[in-house]
Ligand binder design. Structure first.
Ligand SMILES: [Zn+2]
Length: 290
């Protein structure tokens, strides 16, 4: 590998956190390359691990309630469909506690460090919701969104099942991806040529994001950060006084988690994973040069 230029290009960029709630983040990267932001996006989708239900054991045969009434362990949906729905539920994930089952000290047998067990015990007629899954152990592992409908049980139908959640990544299955909406785009540079403008406010009427507003008679760009570059304003303006351009210096990055991880934890974890990957890569290159 002699002659290969392995000098490191240091990228100086600034970030501006515009929104950071429990499950949503909106960050503006200034003077960054889209490839860097895209690397974070891809890491969030496929490399940051999360807990999800992987195995379900259904009770077969009759189920009795406390009063001795007998229910059939059937439902209008196939067990596989119910399993699929359970698999997609957001299981709370503490990445400082949980480890991959295959790398756990229990040798993959399942223990509190790598597994969460849930029980599901419902008798019809009723709708079974995600909130009906009861964690065996700490109540903090209750499913994050408790109103996800799973199945509607009819009279005399019941479901009794045990579900096991474990840690994996989006590379393995989409249910292990903690992020459900993530994307980036250039920010918009919007200007209005007031001298040309007839103040007819067509751009205000067509803009789906309410970017423009009126100050007296004058139309002003009140919220440029809301613009999604749909160009409806440019098309509506016959006088060509609205100009919308992409600003490559400002990349807006938005993402939303499914609730299993907080938006902040997801961001920090993806940056940590990227850092580890690059450190490993750089070490391998250095080893080749020796
Ligand atoms: Zn274990």
């Amino acid at each position: 590998m002699r002659g290969l230029d392995t000098s490191i290009r240091v990228v100086h960029m600034k970030i501006e956190i515009q929104e950071m709630t429990h499950n949503k983040g909106r960050i503006v990267f200034l003077d960054a390359d889209p490839s860097i932001v895209n690397a974070i996006r891809r890491t969030m989708i496929s490399d940051v691990p999360k807990m999800a239900i992987e195995k379900i054991e259904y009770h077969l045969g009759a189920i009795m309630d406390e009063g001795g009434k007998e229910f059939e362990s059937v439902s209008p949906l196939f067990d596989e469909m119910i399993a699929h729905r359970l698999g997609l539920l957001p299981v709370p994930t503490d990445l400082d506690v949980f480890v991959f089952r295959s790398k756990c000290v229990c040798n993959g047998e399942g223990c509190p460090n790598c597994t969460i067990m849930y029980s599901l015990n419902k008798k019809g007629p009723c709708t079974v919701y995600s909130g009906d899954l009861e964690p065996l152990g700490d109540a903090k592992f209750k499913i994050k969104d408790d109103l996800v409908p799973i199945v509607k049980l009819n009279e005399n139908q019941a479901i009794l099942a045990y579900a096991t959640a474990e840690l994996s990544t989006g590379k393995d299955h989409a249910k292990y991806s903690p992020v459900c909406g993530v994307g980036h785009r250039y920010s918009a540079k919007i200007s209005i040529d007031s001298a040309k403008c007839d103040h007819d406010a067509r751009c205000i009427a067509v803009c789906p994001k309410d970017v423009f507003s009126k100050e007296g008679k004058k139309i002003v760009v009140a919220h440029p950060e809301r613009c999604n570059l749909c160009m409806a304003c440019v098309e509506s303006c016959e006088l060509n006084c609205v100009k919308v351009q992409e600003d490559p210096q400002r990349i807006v990055f938005r993402y939303e988690t499914d609730g299993s991880l907080s938006a902040k934890d997801l961001l920090m974890r993806s940056l940590k994973i990227l850092e580890e990957k690059f450190t490993g890569f750089s070490e391998q290159i250095s080893a080749l040069q020796e």
